[in-house]
Design a protein around this ligand. Structure first.
Ligand code: NOJ
Ligand code: CA
Length: 685
C-alpha cells in the first residue's frame, strides 16, 4: 500500500464512524478476476462472489448464533472498512513446492448496530488469484465468554452445478466413496466440497486454520444454498470461546479449470507461520510396515500364533528396508490392548507396554545400526481419555528410543470419541468437534517436545495446519488403500481421479499406495485393488504426502521388481509441483520436481475409461536432454481383466517435446525424467 492510498483508507475509516462508507464494500483479487462484495441487507450481513464478471456464489448470509447472547443476524450495518495489500514469499520446510507466494488484497469490515454496539464484529476477507477466505473476528473482553450454537454462513451455489462430495455427520468420519451429484441433490457434505459450474469454472469450499473451533460441514438448504454446520460438542454447544477470538477462515478456491484447484496454495497461505522453530527433525521419506498383512488377514494385531508385530518379523522388515532404501518400518499391534474386539476396547490400550514377543529396545537398536527408523503407532480406538492420560509417557518412550514419526489412529464411529469431563463423567465427541480439534493439537505439541512428527489416521480434516505445526506430516481423512483389502465394495475405480480434486485440496494424505499383488484374496473376490499396476505407481506422484508407504508385503515386491524399481526411487519431497491436466473424477496428470535435485516425476490416473493424453514437456529445463523412463499401462491392460499388463520403457526427450500417454480403464502412468548433462555440452557448438 503506498502512502497516498494509505491516506485515502484512513479518511474512509474516519468517515465510517459518522456514516457508513458505502452501502457495499468490495475487494478484488490482485489479477482482478475474483470480486468479493459484502453489505447489510436490511440489517442482515451478506456477501457474494464474482469470477470473471459472473456470479459464482450468489447473495449469501453471514453471522453467528450464541446460546446466551444476541445473535449476529440482524439490525447490523457496515460501519467501517480498511484495506491492505500484501505480496510476500515464504518457504515450506517440506512440501509439494518450496516457495509459496502469498499475494492478496485484504478488506476488513466492521458490522455494528451503533458506535457502542456490544454485537460489533469484524469480517476479515483476503482475496488471492486462486480464491478467497473470510473469517469472523469478535473483540470480546478477556472475561467475556460466548457459546456458539450455530454459524449462519451460507454459500449460495447454482443448484444445477455438478458437485463431488462425501457425506458428513454420518457414522463414518470421512471414509466414504465420493458422490457426484447436482448441488441440489447434496445432503450434508464435508469439505473440501468441489463444484463445477456450467461454464467450466471450478470452486472448492473448505476452511483454513481450524484451531480451537468446531469443524464446518455443509448442509443443503433450498435451491443450492449450502449452510455451514458446526459439529456440536457433548453439551450441544458447537464452540466455547472466552475473550477476543476469530473463527477459522471460510475458503472458496476458484479456477477456470479443475487443474487450477490443485495448484492453489490458498489454504496454506491462510495459516499462521511455523511456530515450532527448528523442525529439521521432521523428515519426509518412505516407509514399509507390518500393516497390509493384518488388513488382508495374514497376521493379527492381537497376540497369538499369527501376531504380526514380532521382533523377528520387524528385524526382517528392517533388513528389507535397509536393502531397498526405505527409512522407516511401521509396526502396528506391538503394544498390549489389541486382543479381543480392539475397535470397542479403547480403554485398555497401553502405549508403553509391549507384547512379550516384541522387544522395542532391540528393534530400535537394530534399526539405528542400519539407518532405518521404527515408525511408531498409537491406535486409540477413539478413547481420547485413555490416550491423553498416557500421552506424555508414550511420546517420551518413543523419543528416548529415537522414534521420530508416529502414526496415530482414532477408529471409532463419528461422534463416539470418548473423553472424561472435569467431573470424571464420560462424554462423546465428534472427530471434527472442538474437543477433538484441540486434542489433535495437544498431540502435536506433546510430540514436538520429543521431536516426533505425526501421521494421524481417522483425523479431523486437514485445514493447512502443517504450516504452523510442521510436525503434522500427513494424515488419512478419506478412504485409503485399506478398503481395498477388506471392504465390499472396495474403493471406486475413479477414486483417485476424484481424490485429487477433493480431499487432496486440503493437504497431504497417507493413502498407502504401492500394492503390487492386486488380488490378495484371488481374482474372484470382491475386495481387490481396483487399479492397474501402473496406477499403484502413479499414486506416489499424484497423491501428495511427505511420507508415503510402500504398503505391500516384502515378498510381493520381490515378485514385481520392475514396479518396485519405481517405488524405490520416487521421492516424497518436492521443489515444485504442477497439475498438467485433469477433470474431476475422470483423470489427473501431475508433474513434480524433486527437492534438491533435477529429476521430474510424472503421475497420471484414470477412471473406468481408457484415455490417450497429449501433453507438452514445457516444464523441463530448456536445451537440456532428459532420459524419460516410464511405467505405463499396456494397450490391452484393464484394471479387472489384465491389471498387470504394464509397459516399462525409456527414450530421450527435451523441453517442449510432446508426450503422449495411454491410460487403460482403471489405469495409470508413472515416469521419471533425468537430465543427461553431457548431452547438452555435446550438442553445443
Ligand atoms: C485404521 C487405519 O487407517 C489403519 O491404517 C490401521 O492399520 C488401523 N486403523 C489399525 O490402527
Ligand atoms: Ca482408516
Amino acid at each position: 500500500m503506498n502512502k497516498i492510498t494509505g491516506a485515502v483508507y484512513l479518511l474512509a475509516l474516519m468517515i465510517t464512524y459518522a456514516a457508513p462508507v458505502s452501502a457495499r464494500e468490495t475487494v478484488q483479487s490482485p489479477d482482478g478476476h475474483i470480486r468479493f462484495s459484502v453489505w447489510s441487507e436490511r440489517g442482515a450481513p451478506r456477501y457474494r462472489v464474482e469470477f470473471r464478471g459472473r456470479e459464482v456464489v450468489g447473495e449469501s448470509p453471514l453471522g453467528l448464533v450464541f446460546r446466551d447472547a444476541p445473535a449476529l443476524d440482524g439490525g447490523l450495518e457496515l460501519v467501517s472498512a480498511e484495506r491492505v495489500s500484501r505480496d510476500r514469499q515464504w518457504q515450506q520446510p517440506w512440501g509439494e513446492r518450496r516457495e509459496v507466494r502469498d499475494h492478496h488484497n485484504e478488506l476488513l469490515v466492521e458490522f455494528a448496530a451503533g458506535a457502542e454496539d456490544a454485537r460489533a464484529f469484524r469480517l476479515r476477507v483476503r482475496v488471492f488469484d486462486d480464491g478467497l477466505g473470510f473469517r469472523y473476528e469478535l473483540p470480546l473482553a478477556a472475561d467475556q465468554a460466548r457459546a456458539i450454537t450455530r454459524e449462519l454462513t451460507g454459500f449460495q451455489l447454482d443448484n444445477q452445478a455438478a458437485a463431488w462430495w462425501v457425506p458428513a455427520a454420518e457414522w463414518n468420519r470421512y471414509e466414504y466413496t465420493y458422490r457426484a451429484t447436482a448441488v441440489g441433490e447434496v445432503g450434508r457434505a464435508h469439505t473440501p466440497f468441489t463444484v463445477r459450474l456450467d461454464d467450466g469454472t471450478h470452486l472448492a469450499i473448505h476452511e483454513a486454520a481450524l484451531l480451537d473451533y468446531s469443524g464446518m460441514y455443509l448442509q443443503q438448504g433450498r435451491w443450492g444454498m449450502m449452510h455451514a454446520r458446526l459439529a456440536p460438542g457433548a453439551d450441544g454447544v458447537a464452540v466455547h470461546k472466552r475473550g477476543a477470538f476469530h473463527t477459522p477462515w471460510r475458503t472458496i478456491q476458484v479456477s477456470q479449470q479443475a487443474a487450477g484447484l490443485v495448484m492453489s496454495d490458498l489454504i496454506l497461505n491462510l495459516n499462521e507461520p511455523n511456530k515450532l522453530g527448528d523442525v529439521s527433525w521432521v523428515e519426509p521419506g518412505k516407509y514399509i510396515g507390518i500393516w497390509w498383512g493384518m488388513h488382508i488377514g495374514r497376521y493379527t494385531w492381537g497376540s497369538g500364533r499369527r501376531h504380526g508385530a514380532t521382533t523377528a518379523r520387524t528385524l526382517e522388515y528392517m533388513d528389507f528396508a535397509a536393502e531397498h532404501g526405505f527409512d522407516g518400518v511401521l509396526v502396528e499391534g506391538w503394544n498390549t490392548g489389541w486382543d479381543g474386539d480392539w475397535l470397542a476396547n479403547g480403554a485398555v490400550f497401553s502405549f508403553t507396554r509391549a507384547y512379550r514377543d516384541f522387544d522395542i529396545k532391540r528393534v530400535t537398536d537394530y534399526g539405528r545400526q542400519r539407518g532405518v527408523r521404527l515408525v511408531g503407532h498409537h491406535e486409540t480406538s477413539g478413547h481420547l481419555g485413555n490416550y491423553e492420560a498416557q500421552m506424555e509417557g508414550a511420546f517420551a518412550l518413543y523419543g528416548e528410543l529415537g522414534v521420530s514419526q508416529v502414526k496415530t489412529g482414532y477408529v471409532a464411529d463419528a461422534g463416539e470419541l470418548v473423553r472424561f469431563d472435569t467431573q470424571g463423567i464420560e462424554r462423546r465427541e465428534w472427530h471434527y468437534g472442538q474437543y477433538a480439534v484441540n486434542h489433535f493439537i495437544r498431540v502435536l505439541e506433546t510430540a514436538a517436545r520429543h521431536r516426533i512428527a505425526i501421521n494421524s489416521h481417522e483425523p479431523v480434516k486437514d485445514t493447512g495446519l502443517r504450516r504452523t505445526y510442521p510436525n503434522w506430516l500427513t494424515r488419512e481423512g478419506a478412504r485409503g488403500q485399506e478398503y481395498n483389502a477388506w471392504a465390499t465394495p472396495p474403493n471406486a475405480v475413479d477414486h483417485m481421479a476424484t481424490l485429487v480434486f477433493t480431499r487432496m485440496l486440503a493437504g497431504p494424505m497417507d493413502f498407502t499406495p504401492g500394492i503390487v499383488d492386486l488380488m490378495p484374496h484371488g481374482a474372484d473376490a470382491e475386495s481387490r485393488i481396483p487399479t492397474t499396476l501402473a496406477r499403484q505407481l502413479a499414486a506416489y506422484v499424484v497423491l501428495y504426502s511427505p511420507v508415503h508407504m510402500a504398503a505391500d508385503l516384502p515378498d510381493n515386491y520381490r515378485q514385481r521388481p520392475e514396479a518396485f524399481r519405481f517405488i524405490k526411487q520416487v521421492p516424497t519431497d518436492w521443489e515444485q509441483s504442477l497439475a498438467l491436466a485433469g477433470e474431476v473424477g475422470d483423470f489427473a496428470v501431475l508433474a513434480r520436481r524433486e527437492r534438491d535435485g533435477e529429476r521430474w516425476f510424472i503421475g497420471a490416473v484414470s477412471d473406468e475409461s481408457a484415455r490417450q493424453l497429449k501433453l507438452t514437456l514445457d516444464f523441463l529445463e530448456p536445451g537440456c536432454d532428459y532420459r524419460l523412463q516410464w511405467w505405463g499401462d499396456a494397450e490391452d491392460a484393464h484394471w479387472r481383466e489384465r491389471p498387470y499388463a504394464m509397459t516399462v520403457a525409456e527414450r530421450r526427450v527435451r523441453s517442449g517435446d510432446p508426450l503422449s500417454l495411454f491410460l487403460a480403464p482403471g489405469g495409470g502412468y508413472a515416469a521419471v525424467l533425468t537430465p543427461i548433462r553431457n548431452a547438452h555440452s555435446s550438442r553445443s557448438p
